[in-house]
Design a protein around this ligand. Structure first.
Ligand code: TRP
Length: 473
C-alpha cells in the first residue's frame, strides 16, 4: 500500500493510501471506508437508532424536561465526545477490532475487555433486533392495512407467539446481508442511501408536527423545566447512560469503525460532528413526538405508561389513528425512520462481532457474518418471547456493560497507554493539538468519576431486574 500517489482531492477521498512509515505490512488488505463522508454517515448511522427516536424523548419527559436536555448535552460533551475520541484513537491506532486492539494498546491483560465488548454486542443486538422486528411489523401494517384501534391488544399480539420471532429473524437477515458486503460495499453503501433518507424524513415530520394544534403545548411539556432534577444522581446517571447508548459507546462499535478509517482524518472533528448529529436527531424526534401526542390529548397515556416501550408502540400510533388518512401516511413515515435508524445501528453491532472473528481467527467475512448472525438470532428468541427478559438484558447491557466498558477504556487511554496523544494528533492543526492534554485529563479523572456514579445507580437496578426475572418466573 505504501508509496502510492495520494489522490489530489484527498480531503474527501481518503482511500487506504497512507503516508509512508507508520503502516505495518499486512498479509491481506484490510477493509477501508472509501470516503470520509461514508465513515461519518456509517458512524452516525450507528449512533442514531431506537435510542434517539424512542428513549430520548421519553427520558426527557420523565426526568425534568429541559433540565434533562441540558444535563444530556453536558454528558455528551464531558463524557461522550472524550470516550468516542478514545475509541477512535485505539481503533485507528491499532487498525484492529476490539480484542486485538486492546491487546495491542494495553498488553495481553486487556484482551478480556475486548471479549466483554464482543459479549455486549451479542447481547445488545439480540434484543435490539427484537424491538426492530416490532418496528418492522408496525411499518408493514401502517403501509398496507393501517393500525387497528385497540392498540394495547395489537401490541400484545405483535409481541407474543410466533410473530415477534418471524420479524426478528427477517431483521437479522437484513443486517447480516449488509455486513456480509463488507465496509465499503456493504456498510458504507447502505449508509449513503439510508442516512440522508432518515434525516430528511425526520426534518419533514418535525415541520409537519409544528403545524398541529397541540404543538405549543407539546413543546412546553417537552421543554418544561424542573431544574431541581439536575441535582438528582438518578437523573444524572440516566443522562449519562442515555448518552452512552445513543452514541454507541462502551463496546467498541466506534472503535471498530475507526479501524477502517484513513490516517488523514481529524478525529476530534469527526467525533464532534457525529455526536452533534446524534443529538440533533434525538432532539428533533422530541419535536415530532410531543406535538403529535398533545394534539390528540394523549399526554397522560405517555406519562402514565410505565415503560418507554408503551409510549412508542401504543400511545404514538394511537395518535396517528386519530388523524385518519394523514395519520396513516405520517405513521408510515415515522416507522420508516425508526426502521432505518434501527438497521444502521444493528449493522454496527454485528460488525463488532464479525470483525473480531475475522481478525482473531482469520475467518472469512461472509462466513463470520452469517455464523454470528445465526447465533444472535437464536439468542434473540428469548427476549422475543419474554418482555421481562428483554428488559433485564437491556438493564445489564446498557446499564452495566457499556458504562463499565467506557470506564475501562478511559483508564486504558488515560493511564495505561504510553503515548495516547500520538494517534489523535494526526490530521489536526497546532491549535487543537495544544488543548489535547485537557482531553486526557478529562479521560483520567472526570470520565471515570461520572461513570462510577452511573454504575452505582445502575448496577443495583440491573441486579433487581435479573432477580425478579428469575425469582418471579
Ligand atoms: N446507538 C444506537 C441507538 O441509539 C444503538 C447502538 C448501536 C449501540 N450500536 C451500539 C448502543 C453500540 C451501544 C453500543 O439506538
Amino acid at each position: 500500500m505504501n508509496g502510492q500517489a495520494v489522490p489530489p482531492d484527498d480531503q474527501n477521498h481518503s482511500h487506504a493510501h497512507e503516508g509512508a512509515g507508520h503502516e505495518e505490512p499486512k498479509a491481506f488488505q484490510r477493509d477501508v471506508f472509501g470516503t470520509r463522508l461514508g465513515f461519518i454517515l456509517a458512524a452516525v448511522g450507528s449512533a442514531v437508532g431506537l435510542g434517539n427516536m424512542w428513549r430520548f424523548p421519553y427520558a426527557t419527559s420523565k426526568s425534568g424536561g429541559a433540565a434533562f436536555v441540558v444535563l444530556y448535552i453536558g454528558m455528551v460533551f464531558l463524557v461522550g465526545i472524550p470516550v468516542m475520541l478514545a475509541e477512535f484513537s485505539v481503533g485507528r491506532g491499532t487498525r484492529l477490532s476490539p480484542i486485538g486492539a486492546l491487546r495491542k494498546a494495553g498488553g495481553r491483560g486487556w484482551s478480556p475487555l475486548g471479549w466483554l465488548f464482543v459479549a455486549a454486542g451479542f447481547l445488545i443486538l439480540s434484543y435490539y433486533s427484537v424491538i426492530a422486528g416490532w418496528v418492522l411489523r408496525y411499518l408493514v401494517d401502517a403501509i398496507f392495512v393501517g393500525f387497528p384501534t385497540d392498540l394495547a391488544s395489537y401490541f400484545g399480539e405483535v409481541t407474543s407467539g410466533i410473530q415477534p420471532i418471524v420479524y426478528h429473524l427477517i431483521f437479522m437477515g437484513l443486517t447480516v446481508a449488509i455486513v456480509m458486503g463488507g465496509i465499503e460495499k456493504g456498510i458504507e453503501r447502505a449508509s449513503f442511501f439510508m442516512m440522508p433518507t432518515l434525516f430528511l424524513t425526520v426534518v419533514g415530520l418535525a415541520i409537519w408536527a409544528a403545524t398541529l394544534d397541540g404543538a405549543g403545548a407539546g413543546y412546553a411539556f417537552y421543554l418544561h423545566t424542573d431544574f431541581a432534577a439536575i441535582l438528582d444522581p438518578k437523573v444524572l446517571a440516566d443522562a449519562a447512560a442515555q448518552a452512552f447508548f445513543s452514541l454507541s459507546l462502551g463496546m467498541g462499535a466506534m472503535l471498530t469503525f475507526s479501524s477502517y478509517l484513513s490516517k488523514h482524518e481529524n478525529l476530534p472533528r469527526e467525533s464532534s460532528i457525529i455526536s452533534f448529529a446524534d443529538f440533533g436527531v434525538a432532539f428533533l424526534a422530541g419535536l415530532v413526538v410531543f406535538p403529535v401526542v398533545f394534539a390528540l390529548g394523549l399526554q397522560d397515556e405517555v406519562t402514565n405508561t410505565s415503560s418507554a416501550i408503551g409510549a412508542l408502540f401504543i400511545s404514538i400510533p394511537g395518535a396517528f389513528i386519530k388523524m385518519g388518512a394523514v395519520g396513516r401516511v405520517v405513521g408510515a413515515l415515522f416507522f420508516t425512520v425508526l426502521f432505518v435508524g434501527a438497521l444502521t445501528s444493528a449493522i454496527s453491532l454485528l460488525e463488532v462481532v464479525t470483525a473480531s472473528l475475522i481478525d482473531e481467527f482469520g475467518v472469512a467475512r461472509k462466513k463470520a457474518a452469517v455464523g454470528m448472525g445465526v447465533i444472535i438470532a437464536l439468542l434473540g428468541i428469548l427476549p422475543a418471547e419474554s418482555l421481562g427478559s428483554l428488559d433485564a438484558m437491556d438493564g445489564l447491557a446498557s446499564g452495566v456493560f457499556l458504562p463499565l466498558g467506557g470506564l475501562a477504556l478511559a483508564v486504558l487511554v488515560g493511564w495505561v497507554m504510553k503515548a495516547p496523544l500520538d494517534e489523535v494528533k494526526r490530521g489536526i492543526g497546532p491549535r487543537l493539538s495544544r488543548i489535547l492534554p485537557a482531553w486526557l485529563w478529562i479521560l483520567r479523572i472526570l470520565v471515570p468519576a461520572a461513570l462510577a456514579i452511573v454504575l452505582w445507580q445502575t448496577v443495583p437496578e440491573a441486579w433487581q431486574k435479573l432477580v425478579s426475572l428469575f425469582g418471579g418466573g
